[in-house]
Design a protein around this ligand. Structure first.
Ligand code: PAF
Length: 292
């Protein structure tokens, strides 16, 4: 595995591989790798000749007062894990390498970014799209792998790729969970022991929401049911819960083929997100999760 810090060196390596006819799979991450990231790499490994992973905690997607400083980092551990899972090139740029100048062009996502996390974190998806576009231009991947835990991010990136004719295919990869149902996240390490014990309530509440959905309950009843389950069974503070069409992320009107039931909950200073994608056609929910 080659570890690269400079954009020019990485581009040189990619160019050589492409000239020799190799396909490139790309796994962008912010590091502190867990099984969710590793499943992205495994899928990329199966479908491409070489796998590039980036690790970069992108300051542009954190707002004032968010957890940029507290975001967990461990370069040595990540390097070992990336090597073990079969990454060929690990790109770990510094903020100066990625953003040599302040300011510059901003990318403004459409209405998909005004709901869910976009409503709670203004500007977050501008920063995500900026770094993703830079990374796509640097890595020039045939396929790029994103986890369904960040279903809103995935939907916005799919729209971005479509609207701007970006030359990479986006591959959706199912959520990976701990045994007790908590979705894997780098932020889980920041939970206190008590909060970690309570956090699986999020997935349980979403499952209850799907039951309400299948009984024909209204959007309001479903959202209230999820909130009540979380607040009655944990000390978690609701940020949002929302049932929307997917991947449009518009008001759910019963006509779309798929819907997303998504929520964000704060345990102490740690904000966790999770979701379930519901297939409307057959009236039962689709697990956007890996089989455990
Ligand atoms: O999902 C993430 O880890 C980040 O948002 C991404 C896509 C690597 C951009 O910084």
């Amino acid at each position: 595995m080659r570890v690269v810090h400079s954009i020019t060196s990485l581009q040189g390596m990619i160019d050589r591989n492409k000239r020799e006819g190799r396909t490139v799979g790309f796994v962008p991450t912010m590091g502190f790798l867990h099984d969710g990231h590793l499943s992205l790499v495994k899928q990329a490994r199966e479908q491409n000749d070489i796998v590039v992973m980036s690790i970069f905690v992108n300051p542009a997607q954190f707002g004032p007062g968010e957890d940029f400083e507290a975001y967990p980092r461990d370069k040595e551990r990540d390097t070992n894990l990336a090597y073990e899972v079969g990454v060929d090139i690990l790109f770990m740029p510094t903020p100066e390498e990625m953003y040599p100048q302040e300011g510059g062009i901003r990318i403004l996502p459409g209405p998909q970014a005004n709901v869910l996390c976009g409503a709670s974190r203004p500007g977050h998806f501008d920063g995500v799209l900026k770094v993703v576009l830079k990374l796509f231009n640097i890595v020039d991947p045939d396929r790029s792998y994103f986890g369904m835990k960040d279903a809103q991010q995935l939907a916005i990136i799919e729209t971005f790729v479509r609207d701007f004719n970006l030359r990479t295919s986006i591959v959706r990869v199912p959520i990976i969970r701990d045994q007790d149902g908590l979705a894997k996240s780098s932020r889980n390490v920041n939970l206190s022991e008590t909060d970690r014990a309570e956090a699986p309530v999020i997935q349980q509440a979403l499952q209850k929401g799907v039951l309400l959905f299948n009984e024909g309950s209204s959007v309001e009843t479903i959202e209230r049911g999820v909130t009540a389950y979380i607040t009655e069974n944990s000390s978690g503070i609701m940020d949002y819960v929302s049932l929307l069409s997917y991947p449009e992320l518009a008001e759910y009107d019963g006509l779309s083929d798929e819907a997303i039931l998504a929520c964000a909950v704060k345990f102490g200073k740690t904000r966790l997100i999770d979701n379930i994608i519901i297939s409307i056609k057959d009236g039962c929910h689709v697990q956007n999760d890996d089989e455990q």
